[in-house]
Design a protein around this ligand. Sequence first.
Ligand code: AQP
Length: 329
Amino acid sequence: MKPRILSGVQPTGNLHIGNYLGALKNWAKLQYDYESIFCIVDLHAITVYQDPAELRRKIDQTAALFIACGIDPKQSSVVVQSMVPGHAELAWLLTCVTPVGWLERMTQYKDKAAKQESVGTGLLCYPVLMAADILIYQANCVPVGDDQSQHLELTRDIAQRFNAAYGETFVMPETRLPTVGARVMGLDEPEKKMSKSAEGPNHSIGLLDPPSLIKKKIMRATTDSNPAVDFETMGPGVANLITIFQAFSGWDDASVKSHFSGLRYGDLKKNVVEAVVAGLEPIQHKYAEIVADPAYLRGVLRESAERVMPFANATVNLVKSRLGIYTAA
Ligand code: AQP
């Protein structure tokens, strides 16, 4: 039997090249070596207010983008989290074994809470729901970008604590980061990770951005005061552009170094534009095909939920019986 992987994306904002390079591109490669479950984590999205109609549209858009980025629904399950009730149920059961101090320490919670006037309980408990997403499928491996490493540590801590208190129940999941593109930074603020929720118009490159917009954003990307690429002294903005180029082109370190050393920033940026436009073109083409056939997408989501539901229910029942409470009739 193949080992299992699980990962997810929130259906918020516009998916960007950080999501692609940090997560989706890696998933598409790994799906042939693992039994794969990829989730649109809509229950995570509602930890902050979402317009209901817009959220529904984003759920479908995210699912379509998974497939456009190379996830093959015959090979992998494309699961909307809210269609499998066990995620929320297991999250509650795990919340009861999780000390609140563990959650208050999460840097993503601290960052997001600092931006809210009133902090919802869901925002604090978000990492427990993420632990439930992973543990419900007894996933062996979780391919994510580097920003999720702390949450993965917490998932292991929760699993260990449950196993120690109630007996061996959960598989211990490993984190798997991509070799290039594990942390793509904002084009306008290269000290911060590229994020869907950031507001600057030139912050991120959306997977559905047209070539003219991609060009405009990259040509305006923050660099530094050097006149040309110097690998010894370059700042985070230039390093980020080179990472993006390398991740899209697949060039090795030596080729990247010899090609870009001494190149003026305008030329560096033109190279990056070409690589990104060429990399996104087939994704955008496939996306247009998928959205032209909404029945196909609905079928994929329904079949995927039906495929994973028995497994999710079995884990929830195992956990409930370990805790000494009733399982579903
Ligand atoms: N900048 C990034 N570089 C590499 N990987 C990234 N991921 C996210 N940003 C980067 C990876 O994408 C997957 C989905 O993450 P997400 O849905 O949390 O995306 P986001 O862009 O981080 O979304 P938000 O809504 O803007 O969240 P915050 O506000 O937390 O940044 C994950 O595998 C993630 O590692």
